[in-house]
Write a protein that binds this ligand. Structure first.
Ligand code: HEM
Length: 382
């Protein structure tokens, strides 16, 4: 009996201790760490909205986005995308300055503690993840089969073929796992498809709205190619088209922000950034800043790029970052620009287009910045 009593006391004490430890950990993650970080950043002049327990600033951000999206925007001459797509950045930079500190991921802190049941969204996303994986695997298996059955000599020289080849590499240290192969396919599909879609959609919208520039771009394309299929030399020489694309990338940057996470404490100029802090550089904010682009920053004026990015940005070329910055700059930069130029040239050769009266202007950040209700144009055969 005594030993049973002792056991009960030991187990209860252990459970109490565990509970206290869990509570300390929760408090540390939800309150102490964010509060300490805010204090540290504030002491270096980086201020932000007050941190809210559990949700951080996530709720504020989603409420601001909901409010911004509640009614269609006017598409007159101004293209104030920042206040619609990133209203929190727009409003907080006004209050706290251009480098502000928020805690958008407060939610993630609590996940590991309170996650007993999966939400409907999580169940659906796991199912979709499985389906995507199965579809990619099916395509991969078909490639493999062709080689195994002697139908083809190699896996192919396209991107998928190179990945499958790397998956079968005889050298252990060079071989990639099937998970890496699948992840790379997903990355390239999302990074390559959605972004270029977004660029083309916004460019068509802007050219449909600013028909003078559409005429200029068409004149250049016809001079260069006539009605022939665009060729690489000509594509490289399309100056007006490059200016138009740059202006679209500036105003409606497909990727709204570039992220970096500090793996360890780093010094950035005078600023000390503690380990694990995520830095979000808003491309849209930089691209719409009148101090960089001038008082006409919200206007569609491709001519600002006539003498290059440095001239257009008042010698701040680094502030134009639709494809990111540094060693992780977009690997598809040239591919995407050429792809967009070919598609636009072929459209301009065949059609003139105007905006449909049914178009509703609602830029929205899903994975990329996209027109929430699509871009409806009326095509007129040439
Ligand atoms: C208009 C089209 C595109 C835009 C605006 C765009 C933009 C970006 C941006 C902003 C980044 C992040 C860079 C950084 O963190 O500094 C990025 C990364 C990346 N992009 Fe693109 N991209 C486009 C097209 C493409 C295409 C067509 C491909 C592939 C064919 C591609 C593949 C990638 C990959 C793999 C990365 C990750 C690079 C790394 O982390 O090392 N992108 N892109």
């Amino acid at each position: 009996m005594t030993s049973l009593g002792g056991l009960v006391i030991t187990v209860s004490s252990f459970l109490c201790l565990l509970l206290v430890l869990v509570l300390i950990k929760i408090l540390h993650k939800l309150w102490w760490a964010p509060a300490r970080l805010q204090k540290l950043m504030a002491s270096q002049g980086i201020k932000g909205p007050p941190y809210r327990l559990i949700h951080g600033n996530t709720k504020d951000i989603s409420n601001m986005i909901k409010e911004a999206m509640s009614k269609p925007k006017s598409l007159s001459s101004s293209h104030d995308v920042l206040s619609v797509v990133q209203p929190h950045v727009h409003s907080w930079t006004k209050i706290y300055g251009k480098s502000e500190c928020g805690e958008p991921n407060g939610d993630s802190h609590i996940i590991s503690f309170f996650k007993l049941f999966k939400t409907g969204d999580e169940i659906e996303s796991e199912k979709l993840e499985k389906d995507v994986r199965a579809s990619i695997l099916e395509i991969v298996r078909k490639r493999e089969e062709k080689v195994m059955t002697g139908g083809e000599e190699s896996f192919g020289s396209d991107f998928l073929g190179l990945l499958v080849k790397a998956h079968h590499d005889a050298n252990d240290s060079q071989r990639i796992s099937v998970d890496d192969l699948i992840d790379d396919c997903k990355t390239f599909y999302v990074a390559g498809q959605e972004t270029t879609n977004s660029l083309l959609a916004w460019t068509v919208l802007l050219l449909a709205h600013h028909t003078d520039w559409q005429e200029e771009a068409r004149k250049e394309v016809i001079q260069m190619f006539g009605k022939q299929t665009p060729n690489p030399d000509g594509i490289a020489k399309l100056k007006t088209m490059s200016m138009v694309i740059n202006e679209c990338l500036r105003l409606y940057s497909p990727v709204g922000a570039v992220l970096r996470k500090a793996e360890r404490e780093v010094k950035l100029g005078k600023l000390i950034v503690p380990a694990n802090v995520e830095l979000i550089m808003s491309c849209l904010s930089l691209h719409h800043d009148p101090l960089i682009w001038g008082q006409d920053a919200q206007l569609f004026k491709p001519e600002r790029f006539a003498e290059g990015v440095a001239k257009a940005s008042n010698n701040n070329a680094g502030a134009f970052l639709p494809f990111g910055v540094g060693p992780r700059t977009c690997v598809g930069l040239n591919f995407a620009t050429i792809e967009a130029k070919i598609a636009l040239s072929m459209i301009l050769q065949r059609y003139s287009f105007t905006l449909s009266p049914g178009y509703v202007h609602l830029p929205f950040q899903l994975l990329t910045n996209c027109p929430l209700r699509g871009v409806q144009v009326m095509l007129h055969s040439l």
